[in-house]
Design a protein around this ligand. Structure first.
Ligand SMILES: Cc1cc2nc3c(=O)[nH]c(=O)nc-3n(C[C@H](O)[C@H](O)[C@H](O)COP(=O)(O)OP(=O)(O)OC[C@H]3O[C@@H](n4cnc5c(N)ncnc54)[C@H](O)[C@@H]3O)c2cc1C
Length: 390
C-alpha cells in the first residue's frame, strides 16, 4: 500500500508527490493518470515573488526559463518591471520528478481513468482499486454552480524567427493591440534568440475561442514587430477560469464525503489570472511539511488552505467583477493600464495574492476607470451570486 495515492498526474498532483518524497513524509506514492503520460503538454509561468524563498529554492530544478524582469505596454505608456519571471513546462517538471520514478518511490499508473475517489481508496474504471494511507483528488478543473466565472482565453504559438527577434525579456502584457468585446493583450516569452512564444489573450465573458482567427492575429503581431516566422514550433490554447464570485462553504457542502481536492479541482488558482502554479507549489510545501500523511490530516490541511485561499482572493474577485461587469469591454484595458502604474512591491504582492489594506486602498483610490454606478451594483459578492445564480 502507498502512503499517498493521487488521482490526476497534472501539475498539482505531481508537485505534491515530488515535495512529499523530498521531505520524506511519504516513502511511496502512486499517481493515477488518465493520459499516456503525466504532466500534459503545458508551459507554467509565474513571478519569482509568487513563491517564498524556500519554495523557490526547492522548485528551481523544475524551471525551464528565468528572466530578470519584464515589460508591459499600454496605449498611454510602456514600463519595465524588475520582477524575476519564470517558466517551467511539462518536460522540466517531469525531469524533476524522474529520480523518484527511477528509484521506485513514485509509481505512475498511466492510461488509467479514475471512476471513484473515496477516503483511502481509488477505484479505476477497469475495476481495479488502489489503497493509500491518504488519497487526494487532483483531477483538474470542473465547473461548479457555486463559482461564477469569466474567462482568460488564449492561443499561443512558439515561433522560430528567421533572424534574432531582439526581445531579451518577456512582454507580459502588450495591450496596444486593437480591443473589442474583450480585454485583449499579447504575451511574449523569448525562449531563445530566435524562438519566441506569442500568445494572443482575451478576457471575455464566454469560453468560445476561434483558433484560426487568432492564428492570423499572431501572424500580424509578429509582422508588426518585424519578426519573420520561419516555423511554428508549437501551439497551445488555454481557456482559464477567472472567478467573479464564489460561495466556498456551499461548494464544500456539495463535496461532503469527497476526498480532499487540490489544484484546479479544489479551485486553487489566482482569481485574476487563472494561474495555479504558485498555489500548487504552496500546497505541495504544506502537505510535505505534515509530520504524517493520514487521510484526516491531509483533509484538514487541504481544507484550511482552501478556506484561507478563498478569503485571500475575495478582493481579487471584486476586481474581476469590476473588470468584467462594470465597464465597457473595449475599455477594460484601462483597469490594467492604471494598475501597472503602481509600484513594484505592490505589483508583486498583487500576483502573490498578499496585498496589505493600504495596498488594496491604493488600487481602488483615484478616479475609477469604470462607471461608479455599475461598480457599486457589482460590489457585493453575495448579492452578485444571488442575482446570477437565480
Ligand atoms: C495552455 C495553458 C497554459 C497555462 N499557463 C499557465 C501559466 O503560465 N502559469 C500558471 O500558473 N498556470 C497556467 N495555466 C493554468 C493552470 O496552472 C494549469 O491548468 C494547470 O495545469 C492546472 O493543474 P492541475 O493539476 O490542477 O490540473 P491539470 O493540469 O488539468 O491536471 C489534471 C490531471 O488529471 C488527469 N485526470 C482528469 N480526470 C481524470 C480521471 N478521471 N482519471 C485519471 N486522470 C484524470 C488529467 O489527464 C490531468 O493530467 C495554464 C493552463 C493552460 C491550459
Amino acid at each position: 500500500m502507498s502512503d499517498l495515492v493521487i488521482a490526476g498526474g497534472g501539475l498539482a498532483g505531481l508537485l505534491v508527490a515530488w515535495r512529499c518524497l523530498t521531505t520524506g513524509n511519504a516513502r511511496r506514492i502512486t499517481i493515477v493518470e488518465g493520459a499516456a503520460q503525466v504532466g500534459g503538454d503545458h508551459t507554467w509561468s509565474f513571478n519569482e515573488t509568487d513563491l517564498t524563498a524556500e519554495a523557490f529554492d526547492w522548485f528551481r530544478p523544475a524551471l525551464a526559463h528565468y528572466w530578470t524582469g519584464y515589460h508591459v505596454h499600454f496605449p498611454e505608456y510602456s514600463r519595465h518591471l524588475d520582477i524575476g519571471y519564470c517558466s517551467s513546462n511539462s518536460a522540466s517538471v517531469r525531469s524533476a520528478i524522474q529520480p523518484f520514478i527511477d528509484n521506485g518511490q513514485l509509481i505512475v499508473v498511466a492510461n488509467a481513468r479514475v471512476a471513484e475517489i473515496a477516503d483511502n481508496v481509488i477505484r479505476l474504471e477497469n475495476g481495479d482499486t488502489l489503497e493509500g494511507e491518504a488519497v487526494i483528488d487532483a483531477t483538474g478543473f470542473k465547473p461548479d454552480p457555486t463559482v461564477l466565472l469569466g474567462y482568460q482565453k488564449f492561443v499561443g504559438h512558439v515561433i522560430k524567427t528567421s533572424s534574432p527577434h531582439g526581445l531579451d525579456v518577456p512582454i507580459i502584457m502588450d495591450a496596444t493591440v486593437s480591443q473589442g468585446e474583450a480585454y485583449r493583450f499579447v504575451y511574449c516569452l523569448p525562449y531563445g534568440p530566435d524562438e519566441v512564444l506569442i500568445e494572443d489573450t482575451y478576457y471575455e465573458d464566454g469560453p468560445d475561442l476561434d483558433d484560426a482567427v487568432i492564428a492570423d492575429r499572431i501572424k500580424a503581431y509578429a509582422a508588426s514587430k518585424n519578426w519573420q516566422v520561419a516555423e511554428i514550433l508549437h501551439t497551445e490554447r488555454g481557456i482559464l477560469p477567472i472567478t467573479l464570485a464564489s460561495d466556498l462553504e456551499a461548494r464544500l457542502e456539495g463535496e461532503t464525503g469527497a476526498a480532499p481536492k487540490i489544484g484546479l479541482a479544489g479551485g486553487l488558482y489566482n482569481a485574476v489570472t487563472g494561474y495555479s502554479l504558485p498555489d500548487a507549489v504552496a500546497m505541495a510545501m504544506r502537505l510535505g511539511d505534515l509530520p504524517e500523511l493520514t487521510q484526516a490530516n491531509v483533509a484538514e490541511a487541504v481544507l484550511a488552505y482552501r478556506r484561507s485561499h478563498w478569503q485571500r482572493e475575495k478582493f481579487f474577485r471584486l476586481l474581476n467583477r469590476m473588470l468584467f461587469k462594470a465597464g465597457k469591454p473595449s475599455e477594460r484595458y484601462k483597469v490594467l493600464q492604471r494598475f501597472y502604474r503602481l509600484d513594484e512591491p505592490l505589483v508583486s504582492a498583487f500576483y502573490r495574492g498578499d496585498l496589505s489594506l493600504l495596498q488594496k486602498a491604493r488600487i481602488l483610490s483615484g478616479k475609477p476607470p469604470v462607471p461608479v454606478g455599475a461598480a457599486i451594483y457589482n460590489l457585493f459578492e453575495h448579492q452578485f451570486m444571488k442575482r446570477h445564480r437565480s
